[in-house]
Design a protein around this ligand. Structure first.
Ligand code: BEZ
Length: 258
C-alpha cells in the first residue's frame, strides 16, 4: 500500500505511515470484497505496505505473499507474521505462481505501468484475476495543483506525472488489455476522505516523493504553503480537512491463452 513498490529511494517509514495514513488500509474493505479471497488460494499482494490489509486476506484462509520495495514496510509486514519480500514491482520474479494478484493504494506510485502489468500477468495462472484499487483520474486534484504551484514557485517545474499515475478508466482498461487481461469491472469512485492528522502531516507522509524535489530545509515551508493553497477547497470552517480522493477500482482476468 505504499508508493515504495517501484521507488529507488525509500521514502517510507512504517511507524509514520501508520500514524498518519492508517485510513488507507481501513478503507480497503470494498476492494477486498471485490477480490473475494477463498481458503487455499494463492494470492500476491502487490505493494503490501505494512501488511494491515494483507492480514484480511490471510484471515480469509488464503496463502498470501506480500511484496513492497520498502524494506521498512516489509519488516513491519513480517512482524505481523505475513510472508513478505522486498521486491521492485517492475521486476516481479513470479511465474504462474498465483491464483490472484491484489493491490490497494499502490499502483498509482508505479508510473511506468507496462513492466508492472507484464509482471502481474506472468505471476498469474491462466484465468487468474487481478483485483486492485488505486488513485484514478482527478485524484487529490486540489492537493496536486497546489503542490505543482508551490514547486514551480520554488523553481521546480513538474506535472508530478513522474510521482503519481492516476489513470482514467479508459487508460487503465487499455493498459490491462495490452498486458493480456480481460477487464470485468472498472469503476471511478469519488471518495472524499477525512484527514484527521491535518494536511501538513498528510503531505509529509503521502507527498514525500513529490516534496523530495526540494532541498530538505525548504520542505516544511512548502508544506505550509501547499496547505494554505488547498485550504479553501478542502478545509471546513471548524478546521477539519477532507482530501479529494478519487479511486479507480477494477477486476480483470488473465486471458486463458496468455
Ligand atoms: C492515494 O492513495 O490515492 C494517494 C496516496 C498518496 C498520495 C496521493 C494519493
Amino acid at each position: 500500500m505504499t508508493g515504495a513498490a517501484t521507488a529507488r529511494t525509500d521514502h517510507w517509514n512504517a511507524q509514520g505511515y501508520a500514524g498518519a495514513a492508517r485510513f488507507v488500509s481501513d478503507l480497503g474493505a470494498p476492494v477486498v470484497a471485490l477480490l473475494d479471497p477463498r481458503p487455499g488460494e494463492r494470492i500476491l499482494d502487490l505493494g503490501c505496505g505494512d501488511g494491515a490489509l494483507t492480514q484480511r486476506l490471510v484471515e480469509a484462509g488464503a496463502h498470501v505473499t506480500g511484496v513492497d520495495a520498502s524494506p521498512d514496510m516489509i519488516a513491519a509486514a513480517r512482524a505481523r507474521g505475513i510472508e513478505a519480500e522486498v521486491m521492485d514491482a517492475a521486476e516481479l520474479t513470479y511465474e504462474r505462481a498465483f491464483d490472484a494478484v491484489f493491490s490497494n493504494a499502490a499502483l498509482h506510485w508505479m508510473v511506468d505501468a507496462e513492466p508492472v502489468l507484464a509482471g502481474v500477468a506472468r505471476a498469474l495462472v491462466p484465468g487468474g484475476r487481478f483485483v486492485a484499487e488505486q488513485g484514478g483520474m482527478g485524484n487529490v486534484a486540489a492537493i496536486r495543483t497546489a503542490l505543482i504551484a508551490v514547486l514551480a514557485d520554488e523553481g521546480v517545474e513538474t506535472t508530478l506525472h513522474d510521482v503519481w499515475r492516476f489513470p482514467s478508466p479508459a487508460e487503465q482498461t487499455a493498459a490491462l488489455e495490452s498486458a493480456g487481461f480481460v477487464v470485468e469491472s472498472m469503476e471511478l469512485i469519488p471518495r472524499p476522505t477525512p484527514v484527521a492528522a491535518g494536511m501538513e502531516t498528510w503531505l509529509a507522509v503521502l507527498a514525500a516523493p513529490a516534496l523530495a524535489k526540494l532541498p530538505e530545509e525548504r520542505r516544511a515551508a512548502a508544506r505550509a504553503r501547499v496547505a494554505d493553497l488547498a485550504a479553501p477547497a478542502l478545509r471546513d470552517g471548524a478546521g477539519n480537512w477532507t482530501a479529494d480522493y478519487v479511486r479507480l477500482r477494477f477486476r480483470a482476468r488473465l486471458e486463458t491463452a496468455a
